[in-house]
Design a protein around this ligand. Structure first.
Ligand code: FE2
Length: 426
């Protein structure tokens, strides 16, 4: 007998009337109109069942610290980094763990069951590293937390930067990070990419670097990252995050860069909420959007995902762990408003993001983990438009979260009776 049978589901690829059979935490079968005995049956009533959301770029060591010790007045990336520097000496492991666990609860409620978080390795005490390793252990039964060793102050620029990062990897941090545009010179930035890529190759680690988070069109570290990925045979194992300078780059140069990124198998993680907020701050008018060239990268065959990056921290005072909000902003900033473009933005916070993280067992196919979300929407476009309610969130066949359907009762004048409002297509 099946553990769970979901019936009458619409899938993100448009198939309707689908049944999802779950056995032992995994999907046994996905087929149309299956009837089979199950301990529990869930009628999806034609609504969307999607694989869970994935955030491929986050900073869990800073999350929910907004206002500590003060707010970011200028709203710039650099004041955010300075503010984080002020907060770091005040951090305690207990408070950091408490905030991170609270965020993970928010995430689960929103159907976000896998997060790649950078963790700052600049502080020699590695307090944040130890704290997030503890969080990773505690949330493992319900959320995949992947950690990136992130030298926020620059691996070459800060004393002991390389050693601290290596010690974080020794402790069990999963991925090698970097921040080449924050090193003192372009040459140092390129040297940091080479050094960190060789370190990752030696240790067989994935790589995810903050890369060119700047409006400077001459910040071209993504080129070095892609070149090194090819040189070291690390195709498919490397991601460049942000890549906002590409927004401002010369078009001729980009026409040469995009094929290099595609050939190198480097994925790109854009962070729409944060990029639209932090970039272009030195502009008067017109102000640049500062998000990387998402549709062009996708058209070139690059795997592009969207991350949340920040929630209530020194860089950003908004956010709730809702990856549909991220996709919503992404499609606006990138002007991906065609039906196909909107669906690509849905993939950027689901399947593309899962590919960046190398998640095993992800998807809605036989053999995948039964980790999916029932949304109060009939397709991915409606899900983004409404930032749809996550009616039910399952992980490996187990119900983790439920939220009541959103409805509103209207009491309008000159109407015979009150009308109840439901989601409807125009
Ligand atoms: Fe980031």
């Amino acid at each position: 007998m099946l553990n769970l049978l979901v019936t009458n589901a619409t899938l993100p690829d448009g198939r309707t009337g689908m049944s999802i059979a779950v056995e032992g935490g995994r999907i046994a079968e996905v087929t149309q109109g299956l009837v089979a005995p199950a301990h529990e049956t869930l009628d999806a009533q034609g609504l969307l069942v999607a694989p869970h959301f994935v955030d491929p770029h986050f900073h869990m060591d800073a999350t929910l610290s907004y206002g500590l010790p003060r707010v970011n007045e200028s709203g710039t990336l650099l004041e955010g980094i300075a503010l984080w520097g002020e907060l770091k000496p005040l951090l305690t492991a207990e408070a950091l763990i408490e905030r991170a666990l609270a965020y993970c609860d928010w995430a689960v409620a929103k159907g976000l069951l896998a997060v790649r978080s950078h963790v700052d390795t600049s502080d020699p005490s590695l307090l944040a590293v130890d704290a997030l390793l503890e969080v990773k252990r505690q949330v493992a039964p319900y959320l995949d937390l992947q950690l990136v060793a992130f030298p926020q102050d620059g691996v070459l620029r800060s004393p002991g930067g390389v050693d601290n990062l290596k010690r974080a990897l020794d402790k069990g941090v999963d991925v090698v990070g970097g921040i080449p545009h924050f090193e003192r010179t372009m040459a140092d930035g390129a040297a940091s990419v080479k050094l960190l890529m060789e370190l990752a190759a030696e240790r067989s680690k994935l790589v995810d670097m903050h890369c060119d988070e700047s409006d400077d069109p001459l910040s071209r570290h993504i080129e070095t990252l892609a070149f090194e990925a090819q040189r070291l045979g690390m195709q498919g194992r490397v991601a460049g995050s942000h890549c906002t300078s590409m927004h401002s780059m010369d078009n001729y140069y980009v026409s040469k860069l995009l094929p290099l990124i595609a050939e190198s198998g480097v994925g790109v993680v854009s962070n729409p909420l944060i990029n639209i907020t932090l970039q272009g701050r030195h502009d008067t008018y017109p102000k640049r959007r500062g998000m990387t060239r998402v549709p062009e990268l996708m058209a070139a065959g690059v795997n592009v995902a969207f991350g949340h990056d920040c929630v209530m921290d020194p860089w950003y005072g908004m956010g709730s762990g809702d990856m549909l909000e991220v996709a919503h902003m992404g499609l606006h900033v990138a002007q991906m408003t065609s039906q196909a473009g909107i669906r690509q933005c849905f993939e950027a916070v689901t399947t593309n993001a899962a590919r960046v993280m190398h998640l095993e067992g992800y998807g809605l196919e036989a053999g995948c983990d039964a980790s999916f979300v029932l949304l109060q929407a009939r397709d991915p476009v409606e899900a983004i438009r409404l930032r749809a309610t996550r009616l039910k969130v399952f992980r490996k066949g187990r119900l983790l979260a439920e939220t009541p359907a959103a409805t509103a009762a209207l009491h309008l004048p000159d109407r015979a009776q009150a009308t109840s409002w439901m989601i409807q297509k125009p």
